[in-house]
Design a protein around this ligand. Structure first.
Ligand code: PLP
Length: 388
């Protein structure tokens, strides 16, 4: 047996791996599990994207290593996407870095920018792998509470100047996982100002970049003036195009950060499978009807689930963005006790809020990741527990 490195020993068991294993365990025992735990989209990748993958897989150009730093046509497709969707101009070569999905990019960013002991501002609650990247770099997390009273945005006024002056990196994520809140341009403008004053790099995780409800298109961080001077946005095709298994995305923004990501990837990967780059370019630039359909599907799921939840007497906010609902747990339960009860007695898997940080305690996260009928059934099963 070989001993794990000190870096690996700093990491806990991956939160969603643990959750997925528990759900699988119940499934194997023969229970009909409604799995609303891990944020794994249940819908298929649109046909035209799959067709492009198939065609590109037959092209011998994709049987070799793709060029270091990715194919120029993919980076151009990413830049064209930002121009079309957000009016943001990006230079494909110096302001885009091809990524193996958002998760890899965010972990790489910690490796690229942090030294042991550096301070990192993290949202709490937040996507658990932000903490993993920080732990790998042996840096110090500083929690920025996301609270209901502030629409789940960090309150920068509560962060001491001494912390801001030490901070090297701040991670944001809107539309937000897990709180389902969205951010305004004004919030990003304030973020750019703060980051410039204290020389902090901002990484805005745009995993749910197309997923906001009620005809409100999410704002890109890069739409704020000066954003490119101090940060990057991390974009993934996982959710918008139902390509979570494909592992493809890109970082966009500050050239020095893009260069750092590219340099690390030159040493680790060369680049993504060319056929995946070809299909991803197609997804970004071709007809976007599938994206509108996706938003409609999640809107219907959200509306029917929230109606069912409210009908059983569970008082919770209606999600503004992402494909999650962030629901307060009833009195006398911790978030872990309550999610265990839902799993054991209703066979509904949800993610306990404490897995997203201390400020997640008191909530559970529900993914709108089965059909509207199954989501209503989940609410019915929960009603039968007689808690509400
Ligand atoms: N960031 C957030 C906030 C997410 O919720 C997820 C996936 O659940 C990711 C990043 C990871 O995305 P990817 O599949 O691109 O690695």
């Amino acid at each position: 047996n070989f001993e794990q490195s000190a870096m690996l020993k700093r990491l806990p068991e991956q939160f969603f791996a643990k959750l997925a294993a528990r759900a699988q365990d119940y499934k194997q025992q023969g229970y009909d599990i409604i799995n609303l735990g891990q944020g794994n989209p249940d819908l298929p990748t649109p046909d035209h994207i799959i067709k492009e993958l198939q065609d590109a897989a037959e092209d011998p150009v994709n049987h070799k290593y793709a060029p270091f730093r990715g194919f120029p046509y993919f980076k151009k497709a990413a830049a064209d996407y930002y121009k079309r969707e957000f009016g943001v101009t990006l230079d494909p070569e110096s302001e885009i870095s091809v990524l193996f999905g958002g998760k890899a990019g965010l972990i790489e960013l910690s490796q690229c920018l942090l030294n042991p002991g550096d301070t990192v501002l993290l949202p709490d609650p937040g996507y658990p792998d932000y903490m993993s990247g920080v732990a790998m770099a042996d840096a110090e997390p500083y929690a920025m509470p996301l609270q209901h009273k502030n629409n789940f945005l960090p309150d920068y006024n509560t962060i001491p100047d001494a912390v801001l002056d030490k901070a090297k990196l701040m991670i944001l994520n809107y539309p937000n996982n897990p709180t389902a809140s969205v951010a305004s341009k004004q919030f990003y403008d304030e973020t750019v100002k703060l980051a410039k004053e204290h020389n902090i790099c901002v990484a805005q995780d745009f995993a749910y970049g197309e997923l906001a409800y009620d005809n409100s298109k999410p704002q890109s961080f890069l739409q704020s003036e000066g954003a490119k001077d101090i940060g990057v946005e991390i974009y993934t095709l996982s959710k918008t195009y139902n390509m979570a298994g494909w592992r493809v995305g890109f970082a966009a923004g500050n050239p020095s950060v893009i260069e750092a990501l590219n340099k690390l990837q030159d040493h680790m990967f060369v680049s993504l499978f060319g056929a995946v780059q070809s299909a991803a370019a197609k997804a970004l630039t071709d007809d976007q009807t599938s994206v509108r359909e996706l938003v409609n599907t999640y809107t219907e799921r959200r509306d029917r689930f929230m109606m069912a939840i409210h009908n059983i007497g569970w008082d919770a906010d209606t999600p503004s963005g992402s494909f999650f609902a962030w629901l307060p747990v009833p009195a006398n339960y911790t978030s872990e006790e309550f999610s265990n009860k839902l799993l054991e007695e209703a066979h509904v898997v949800v993610a306990p809020g404490n897995g997203f940080g201390d400020y997640g305690e008191g909530y559970v996260r529900v993914g709108l990741l089965e059909s509207a009928e199954r989501l209503e059934e989940a609410a019915e099963r929960i009603a039968r527990l007689g808690i509400f």
